[in-house]
Design a binder for this molecule. Sequence first.
Ligand code: AMP
Length: 481
Amino acid sequence: MKNTSFTEFQLEESIERALESMRYEKPTEVQHKVIPIILMNKDVVVEASTGSGKTAAYGIPLCQHVEWLENKPQVLVLTPTRELAAQVREDLIHIGRFKRIKAAAVYGKQPFARQKLELSQKCHIVVGTPGRVLDHIQKGTLSVEKIQYAVIDEADEMLNMGFISQVEEIINALPKKRVTMMFSATFGEDIKRLCETYMNNPEYVKIEDQAAHKPRIIHEGYLTKDTQKLSLLRDVTIREKADSCIIFCRTQEQVDRVFDQLVEWDYSCGKIHGGMYQEDRFDVMNQFKRGEFRYLAATDVAARGIDIDEISHVINFDFPLEKEAYVHRAGRTGRAGKSGKAISFFTPHERELLAETEEYAGVSIMLKEPPTKAEVEAARDSFERHMFQTERKEDKGAELNKDIMKLFFNGGKKKKLRAIDFVGTIAKIDGVTAEDIGIITIEDQASFVEIMNGKGPYVLNAMKKKTVKGKKLKVYEAFNR
Ligand code: AMP
């Protein structure tokens, strides 16, 4: 890659500063190619998989484009899953942190009313799944009149999951004068049609270096029978001694079964599937991200958009029925320059599917013999010692967040408080300026104000003695960021 830093894009200082805190030193290939196109307000179609840095490829230029003073949403990002929506929102908040960009995530199985409240306040970017976004548009709780940028992320998955008509309905509701961006790991006929119908002479960018094609992912396969899969899983995990591993299953029941078995074996493990409560899914993902356990049993849907760089192994406990799913699953490992292994169990009648998948993904899955009893016994001791020596992984936002403290005030809309009232009071404290105030969120009964640049404890103390718009409020450090 030619370029060496983000400075060539001439980004705002606040965004450059955020990238520095996030330790993004140089653009990835997709960022190098796509950022300039979006900065020029051109439509773009990008064939790139998760792991390539695609979120920041649109996140950086869109945060640059956002007009801070505009209160209504200017950017809409559609994602196929709730996890990805939450992940994208978090990435955008990080990139836009010093510009004080407000981004909301809206998705199903979460209280509509709370999202409605969030959307009724200043909000620059909305990220969401198609069903819930459409719901908000139809109920008039998401204003689209100022949307100038629409991103369709993981478009292929969106179509696979049957969201096509909702996506089209949403696009049709948006202003005609807009920039449309589409990101997809694969580029089939449906996607082409979508581009032709809804995009304006888009530029086309293909990132050849797709996750599953990268030589740093080793692809291995074990021929087995359904009845032998669990014991094979045990032997293979002992042989592999994975640092961090996702075990993919076809159904929720299978995830439960595998997970129960892992628990019985005393593995450090968790599980995630669509049948679980959203809050539990987030908790599990965050624990896995932080390295609190090593083995995650998951269905495809639940594992979409998982942004973890250090997954050493992916095991297809059930071979994926769809070829694209293989690419997505294998792409969970071998990220951010690390090496990884994608291991597939397949039954005799899945041989043909395996061959087709190899051809589609352009990879060769090496057939392996199961570990012998002696091999397993020899490896067991070291495997068991390794199991609970978990090293905590660094939280990506930690560096950014360390100088930020979020304050809670026990008054909000009901007391007729507005963001400006907090800015007015806080910026008058000696040694504090408006620049030190980050994102402000006013709810009915409470308000949250981020204080930046390490001045949180000082402001917290000072605010205990002050009033906001003549009102005495209780103030504490907020628990949730
Ligand atoms: P994505 O393809 O958007 O899921 O991103 C894959 C991973 O790469 C994420 O963990 C990002 O935080 C990380 N990442 C994206 N861009 C950069 C960059 N320029 N430098 C370092 N890490 C990056």
